[in-house]
Write a protein that binds this ligand. Structure first.
Ligand SMILES: [Zn+2]
Length: 316
C-alpha cells in the first residue's frame, strides 16, 4: 500500500487516537420539503461511503449499550446510527441505502402518528419490516415538549407508547429518545422510572466508558454535514451545577460546572452568544455572563482541548 490511500489510513489512525464512539441521528431522507430535518440520498451515500472508507464500524445499539453496561472501553471506531420520528421517507428511500451498506440502525418511533395513520409516518407493518434490519426504540407517544408537561402527563404519554409497542410490535421498548431532544433533571427522573436500558438526548458529542447510559449524546446529521469533524468530538465528563433549568427571567446569570479533565481553561458556548474562553481552577468553572436568553431552547456547551465537549440544554 502506498500513495494517497496509505496517507488516508494514517490520517484515520491519528483520528482514532483521539475519538470515542459516536451516535448519529437522522430524520427524513430524500424529502426536500423539510430542509431542516432532511438528508438527501446523495448525501446519505456520501456519509456512508466516508464511514466505510475511513474504516468505521457501524454497530448495533445493542452492542454499544452492552459494552457500556459492562463498563468496557468503547472502541474509537464504533458508530451507531439512529433515525427519529418514523417518517415514511425512511422506509421508502433511506432503508435501501442502509441495506446496501449492511448498516444496522435504531429507529425511534413516536407511536401516536403511526397508530392514527398520519400520512407522513410509517405504518406498524412497515415498522415491523424495519425490525428485520434494525432495532426499534420509543420516541414518546404524542411527541410532546416534555419540559412543559407535569409528571402525570409525562407518565401517561410514556405509558401509552409502551402499551402500543407491546400491542403492535410485541415487546417492551428498551430505548427511549426525548422528543426534540428536550429534557431537564425532572423529566429525566420521570423517564428513568420506566426502566429503559438506555436513554438518548440530541446533544452533539460522543460516547465513552464514563458516559451516562441514561443520557447518551447523539449528534444530528441533517443537510450537508461535516461528518469527519463530528467524528472528532470526544466525551467530556462534566457536572452542571448551575443553572439547573431555564432561568425564569431569561437572564443567564451564572454558569457553574465541574469538569473531570485537567485543563487551565475551557470554552463555553451559549446559543446566540457563541464561544467564550473561561478559566478552570481545580476542575471548577464559574462564569457570570449575564446574557439575556433569546430563544425557548438554548444550548450551553463546555469544551476543552479543542474537541472534548459536554452539553446542557435549557428549555423554557
Ligand atoms: Zn422527534
Amino acid at each position: 500500500m502506498s500513495g494517497p490511500r496509505a496517507l488516508f489510513l494514517l490520517l484515520v489512525a491519528a483520528i482514532w487516537l483521539f475519538a470515542d464512539a459516536h451516535i448519529f441521528v437522522y430524520h427524513r431522507f430524500g424529502d426536500d420539503r423539510y430542509p431542516s430535518t432532511n438528508t438527501s440520498i446523495a448525501e446519505l451515500k456520501r456519509e456512508f461511503e466516508y464511514l466505510k472508507r475511513a474504516g468505521y464500524r457501524v454497530v448495533k445499539m445493542k452492542t454499544l449499550v452492552e459494552a457500556l453496561k459492562r463498563g468496557k472501553d468503547i472502541p474509537d471506531d464504533w458508530v451507531v446510527l439512529t433515525i427519529d420520528d418514523g417518517y415514511k421517507s425512511f422506509y421508502e428511500k433511506g432503508l435501501e441505502i442502509f441495506k446496501e451498506y449492511n448498516y444496522p440502525f435504531t429507529l425511534f418511533v413516536a407511536t401516536k402518528p403511526t397508530e392514527k395513520g398520519y400520512g407522513d409516518y410509517m405504518s406498524w407493518q412497515q415498522i415491523n419490516d424495519c425490525s428485520q434490519y434494525g432495532e426499534i426504540g420509543l420516541h414518546s407517544h404524542a411527541h410532546p415538549h416534555l419540559t412543559r408537561l407535569n409528571r402525570d402527563q409525562i407518565e401517561q404519554d410514556t405509558k401509552k407508547g409502551i402499551e402500543l409497542f407491546k400491542k403492535r410490535l410485541g415487546f417492551y421498548p428498551e430505548y427511549y429518545a426525548y422528543p426534540y431532544g428536550e429534557y431537564d433533571d425532572r423529566v429525566k427522573k420521570i423517564i428513568k422510572g420506566f426502566g429503559f436500558r438506555a436513554i438518548f438526548n440530541q446533544n452533539s458529542g460522543a460516547v465513552a466508558k464514563e458516559s451516562d447510559i441514561l443520557d447518551l449524546d447523539r449528534t444530528a446529521l441533517v443537510g450537508k454535514s461535516d461528518i469527519a469533524r463530528k467524528l472528532k468530538l470526544k466525551y467530556l465528563k462534566a457536572s452542571w451545577i448551575e443553572p439547573k433549568e431555564y432561568p425564569k427571567d431569561s437572564i443567564l446569570k451564572r454558569i457553574r460546572i465541574k469538569i473531570y479533565e485537567e485543563s487551565p481553561y475551557a470554552h463555553i458556548y451559549v446559543t446566540d452568544y457563541g464561544w467564550k474562553k473561561v478559566k478552570v481552577s481545580e476542575g471548577k468553572i464559574e462564569f457570570n455572563p449575564g446574557f439575556k436568553l433569546k430563544r425557548e431552547r438554548v444550548r450551553l456547551i463546555v469544551k476543552v482541548k479543542d474537541s472534548k465537549i459536554n452539553t446542557k440544554i435549557l428549555v423554557k
